[in-house]
Design a protein around this ligand. Structure first.
Ligand code: SF4
Length: 219
């Protein structure tokens, strides 16, 4: 169990799994938060628009619901929590929905973030939440997510690694990859800096070679 002072923002989980450097820039250095959250603000705006299509009979929608979990040491807000009427019509059960502007990813980072939201709600409301959904803006489709043991374990383990990572307080060096193209921190991270140094180093070596051969010609 974590103390409140040790809580980390739930959204850091997704960034941590996407790229540890991105997570460190935003949540350790905090220098680039504005960039990151500007991008996230746009997602929220898109989401609010989509919500007009999400209202259905038998569903109550709560937006920006505060979340917290002592077990995971995380807090934050849920984009949308739908409360679905139970089959007997006597109650409601929560169904978290996360809105993303892109498309489903190959890794589990979005699912882990949603699962963490569900685990927060379970702890807060003392209920069991078997599933939720992620709405992707690019495909305009919902992806149903089952919160099975494997995903719950992955979420818990990721939260533990995230706490350790934030405690260490070290920002990893950039490693350029395909995902950098969709990274909101690309301009501040400058992931190709080290690659760009290589031609510079080659240039310097070439200049040294030329100077050496000039000296040999003079003697
Ligand atoms: S630009 Fe690439 S290396 Fe840099 S933070 Fe983003 S994903 Fe990570």
């Amino acid at each position: 169990m974590y103390e409140e002072d040790d809580f980390i923002q739930l959204s850091a989980l997704q960034h941590f799994l996407f790229c540890e450097r991105q997570c460190a820039l935003a949540y350790i250095e905090q220098t680039w938060e504005e960039n990151l959250f500007t991008a996230e603000g746009k997602i929220m705006h898109d989401k609010a628009h989509e919500e007009q299509f999400e209202k259905r009979p038998g569903i109550r929608i709560e937006r920006a619901l505060p979340l917290r979990s002592k077990e995971l040491g995380l807090n934050g807000k849920a984009d949308v929590v739908e409360f679905h009427r139970t089959p007997d019509g006597k109650g409601w059960f929560p169904f978290p929905v996360e809105y993303k502007r892109g498309k489903p990813k190959l890794d589990d980072c979005d699912k882990v973030q949603l699962c963490a939201q569900a685990m927060c709600l379970e702890e807060m409301l003392d209920v069991s939440i078997p599933s939720g959904a992620i709405f992707y803006g690019r495909t305009r489709r919902r992806l149903d997510v089952i919160f099975d043991d494997a995903l719950r374990n992955e979420t818990k383990e990721t939260a533990e690694r995230l706490h350790e990572f934030i405690k260490q307080g070290k920002t990893p060096k950039p490693v350029y990859s395909k995902k950098c193209k969709s990274c909101s921190l690309m301009e501040v991270c400058i992931p190709r800096t080290f690659e760009l140094n290589r031609p510079v180093a080659n240039y310097i070596h070439r200049m040294i070679d030329v100077e050496d051969s000039d000296k040999r010609l003079e003697t």
